[in-house]
Design a protein around this ligand. Structure first.
Ligand code: UN1
Length: 512
């Protein structure tokens, strides 16, 4: 155990067999452990987890309903205090949790640590927010009246998260929801269940320490079937789901069918425009991390480079040479740059995409392939690949969760922006330029149509302080910073009459 994984698992409380259903510190038995979590790093079975069934799901939801009644009455800054302690516990467990995320999901240890740091950051943000859940006041048109709005807790928030950020996306939702007075039911990805269990153990304990009831911080486990239970459950006013567009459409339709709210953060097809005026060193570095970081499995990963024709050959050859220096291997070994993809299905999708882009006429720049031999026994290690492609290729229009980068050429900035926007997704985008006119045109209303638009940084690696999410098939939801908290509350407009008359608004007369 070269990387001390067993020690970390022990400190995090992960066992060979785990319940997947918890109301806080209590874990409910749901029968046989049916989910096996294998590490894509070395193929080892890390542990097994029980799937939540209809009966244990009911137990969680009814507990959450009861807990909401009291939790919503705890003053928001006191709720913030609990979130502060969760952040502190995460600081203490950062190395162990970062390692588990890396081992279970396959991202590099550095990126595992970065993911836990995002959790710590959002806890800090939420603590401050707990004293800033502001509403507006308005002037009434009627004498002796005043108007204002207040934000009230919404209820049970369902969180469905994906394997690629198995813990951070939960924390973006949960930390905000808790200070807003909501209770949470989290379904982590069944591809990274143990990371979810580790977080539940950390947070559950802190609620208990503060004498809070079971049901505020809860966990369910399973595949889309458990997701369906949540989407169809009218006791859940908000379902926040992160994952594929396919999943998001199912969740959005089910929740919409009962007129609930959904907050969707779905696929991206993120591009960097590299203009003639780019700082080329920065452009190459930004594109490289964006395309190969997390083995191309971030929803913010760079999938397309739209390059001005005069610098096209230079970008192409410098990228090819950078790719030739990438070291692929065990993500826990810090000398490696790129770890595995999540599982063999992901490898198959990667291979299918490579086949497709070639069939559509794409030209190879850096060859892909599955790695085998010593260190690659899990069968989940693939070579980051680069293809020259046309934006309208079917495969280019599609988000493939793998390290495949498509290069395309443009003449004018208007053309580049049109290419950038001509995909169904609208999550993240970037321009590399030192020219102010180009940068501002890209950021203008006629520029990028994405939820995130960056200048001189890549498409991935957003900070938690901004609202995170995107347009079109990305789903329209915003999580994390800015005023994303409003999605987790209900707004109430209050008009108060302190006069001794009862005038009607709009000057309507109604006398008897
Ligand atoms: C995701 O891939 O679902 O901006 C989240 C980023 C990270 C979050 C990605 N902060 O790349």
């Amino acid at each position: 155990d070269q990387f001390g994984i067993q020690e970390s698992l022990k400190r995090l409380g992960i066992k060979p067999e785990n319940s997947g259903t918890s109301t806080g510190v209590n874990w409910i038995d749901s029968g046989e452990a049916s989910i096996s979590s294998f590490s894509p790093a070395d193929g080892t079975l890390i542990g097994k987890v029980q799937t939540t069934n209809q009966e244990t799901y009911e137990q969680v939801i009814s507990q959450a309903q009861v807990a909401f009644e009291s939790w919503r009455q705890v003053p928001a800054p006191q709720r913030g205090e609990i979130v502060r302690e969760i952040g502190n516990a995460l600081r203490e467990k950062k190395a162990d949790l970062g390692k588990l995320v890396s081992y279970e999901m396959g991202k590099s240890y550095q990126e595992g640590l970065g993911e836990v740091q995002e959790m710590i950051d959002i806890c800090d943000f939420a603590v401050g927010l707990s004293r800033q859940l502001y509403g507006l006041t308005m002037h009434s048109e009627r004498p002796g009246h005043r108007m204002y709005e207040q934000w009230h807790a919404l209820g049970i928030i369902a969180i469905i998260s994906a394997f690629n950020f198995p813990v951070a996306v939960w924390s973006w939702n949960a930390a905000l929801a808790w200070v807003c007075g909501d209770v949470c039911v989290w379904k982590p990805s069944e591809k990274a269940p143990l990371s979810g269990i580790a977080c539940q153990l950390i947070a559950g304990e802190i609620f208990e320490k503060h004498g809070m009831p079971e049901g505020i911080c809860t966990l369910v486990m399973g595949d889309y079937k458990v997701g369906e239970m949540m989407s169809q459950d009218s006791r859940i006013p908000l379902v926040s789901a992160t994952g594929s567009t396919r999943m998001g459409k199912l969740v959005g339709q089910a929740v919409g069918g009962r007129l609930g709210r959904s907050l969707l953060e779905l696929g991206g097809n993120n591009a960097i425009i590299i203009t003639e005026n780019a700082d080329m060193d920065m452009a190459i570095r930004g594109a490289l991390f964006g395309a190969v970081g997390t083995a191309g499995q971030r929803c913010t990963s760079t999938r397309r480079l739209i390059i001005q024709e005069n610098v096209y050959e230079e970008v192409k050859s410098r990228l090819a040479s950078a790719y030739s220096k990438l070291v692929i291997g065990n993500p826990l070994d810090e000398k490696n740059h790129v770890g595995p993809v999540i599982d063999k299905d992901a490898v198959d999708m990667y291979l299918a995409a490579i086949e497709k882009v070639q069939a559509e006429g794409g030209k190879v720049v850096v060859e892909g392939g599955v790695l085998s031999g010593a260190g690659y026994e899990s069968g989940c290690y693939v070579k980051p690949a680069i293809y020259e492609a046309e934006n309208q290729f079917e495969i280019v229009q599609h988000e493939t969760f793998a390290p495949i980068l498509y290069l395309m050429k443009y003449k004018t900035l208007a053309e580049a922006i049109a290419i950038q926007n001509s995909v169904p997704q609208g999550l993240s985008s970037a321009i590399m330029t030192t020219n102010m006119r180009e940068a501002e045109a890209f950021l203008s209303v006629a520029g990028s149509d994405c939820g995130i638009a960056n200048v001189n940084i890549g498409t991935s690696g957003a900070e938690i302080g901004g609202a995170f999410g995107g347009e079109k098939e990305t789903g329209g939801g915003r999580e994390s910073g800015s005023d994303a908290w409003k999605a987790y509350m209900r707004r109430q407009t209050n008009t108060i009459n302190y006069s001794s008359a009862l005038p009607l608004a709009q000057g309507i007369k109604f006398d008897i």
